[in-house]
Design a protein around this ligand. Structure first.
Ligand code: TRP
Ligand code: SF4
Length: 398
């Protein structure tokens, strides 16, 4: 079940745009049909870089959830929640911070990269250094098996794995661990117990991954308590009880969506088309897009490979339109405005139905609040369970 749980979050620092839709949300739409999915608004994370900006979080959080629903995230099957509504994330972050070496955080690439990139901000803060650890707490508190993230976040998942391993190593050792593990084995069926023992033996003697995977799978099928499953899972590797399982990143292919200047579409470059842009805004933005610089006059021939508009055709246009572009551009038969028109149409067709749904949800703030409330309550009940185990392992259970 744990490896069937997916978790991902987004920082509510501004409006969602086509880059989010094509790069992240479309992927979530697929995942939500296959996994027990948790999607959350990482509102505390927004302060790690925006602590001194006056961003309207209330609006941003509501709009983010509205946009998720409008693109098709289903609140009946996915758990949609807001980080700050589950304060247990902060407790786990605090407890993990006690055993996390500073050097692990200092060497996360985004720490130095972002400080350089956002050099108008003072990011030499405790919170900014620690934010990948807050992210680890976000993930570990749900025992999520898979975390869909982009390239820039893979190092954070790697950190999360190290943090989990260290936690399990430090606190997963119960005094009577072996005894409890043996009792748990004896509660399995005789045959099952035998296979478990032999797989464990092979793994311990040879380090054969196959045996580890088989033994883990065997435990998933057993009708045993969560505590025993974690004990036996740790017992295979000989480490102790695994309280916080290590997640894996599910690398999302980089979105090919170019911004209006041909760079990656990103709010920080100011080159986005928002999911909420009007037809006029879409037209104006596409019309202003730079094209192959060698096409000054309509009679100049061009090369689509040197034109950011072509990248949009690759996303939005069918073969015959693409052929028309290549032919028209390289033989100077069409003008650039003409070439842009099918893109304008396609983006409008993509966004209008979405915007109708946005308008509907936007008008029903009661419903949005209800969805956030219910999702956060559900998330919280999972988080509370984990915290009981964490506190118990650390001896904070008096
Ligand atoms: N740090 C992520 C980002 O900037 C957002 C995030 C916070 C997240 N907590 C998470 C993503 C947990 C995945 C899992 O995009
Ligand atoms: Fe770009 Fe199209 Fe103009 Fe060619 S015709 S330069 S592909 S906008």
């Amino acid at each position: 079940m744990q490896d069937r749980r997916v978790l991902s979050g987004m920082r509510p620092t501004g409006q969602l745009h086509l880059g989010h839709y094509h790069g992240v949300l479309k992927n979530w739409l697929v995942l939500q049909n296959e996994y027990d999915s948790y999607f959350f608004v990482a509102d505390w994370h927004a302060f790690t870089t925006h602590y001194s900006d006056k961003i309207d979080l209330n609006t941003n959080v509501m709009e983010m959830v509205v946009d998720w629903l409008a693109v098709g995230i289903n609140p009946n099957t996915s758990t949609i929640f807001v980080q700050s509504k589950v304060p247990e994330h902060a407790e786990l972050h605090l407890l993990l911070s006690m055993s996390t070496p500073l050097s692990w955080l200092e060497r996360v690439p985004s720490y130095k990269d972002q400080q350089l990139k956002l050099n108008t901000k003072d990011l030499a803060t405790y919170g900014f250094l620690g934010y990948p650890l807050l992210q680890s707490a976000d993930i570990l508190i749900y025992k999520a098996g898979l975390v869909p993230v982009g390239e820039d976040q893979v190092a954070h998942i790697e950190l999360t794995r190290e943090v989990a391993r260290r936690f399990n190593y430090l606190y997963g050792r119960e005094v009577d661990f072996e005894e409890k593990a043996e009792i748990a084995i004896s509660k399995m069926g005789k045959k099952q117990a035998q296979s478990y023992r032999s797989l464990r033996k092979t793994y311990q003697e040879t380090g054969d991954d196959e045996s580890l995977i088989k033994a883990q799978a065997l435990l998933q099928q057993q009708n045993i308590t969560l505590g025993d499953r974690e004990r036996l899972s740790g017992y295979i590797e000989g480490v102790g009880k695994i309280i916080l399982p290590e997640p894996e990143s599910l690398l999302t292919k980089a979105s090919k969506m170019p911004g209006m200047d041909g760079q990656k579409m990103s709010k920080s470059y100011g080159n986005t088309i928002s999911l909420r842009d009007t037809a006029e805004q879409i037209q104006a933005k596409i019309k202003r897009m730079p094209t192959d610089p060698s096409r000054i006059k309509k009679t100049d021939v061009g090369n689509p490979q040197k034109c950011p508009v072509w990248q949009l055709h690759e996303i939005y246009s069918n073969k015959s339109t693409c052929d028309w572009v290549v032919e028209g551009c390289s033989k100077a038969k069409i003008g650039c405005l003409e070439c842009k028109q099918p893109i304008i149409n396609a983006i409008e067709e993509e966004l209008f139905p979405m915007q109708e749904r946005i308008a509907k949800y936007q008008a029903d703030s009661g419903l949005i609040k209800q969805i956030i409330f219910e999702g956060s309550e559900k998330a919280r009940s999972v988080a509370k369970e984990t915290m009981i185990e964490v506190r118990e392992a650390m001896g904070i259970n008096y």
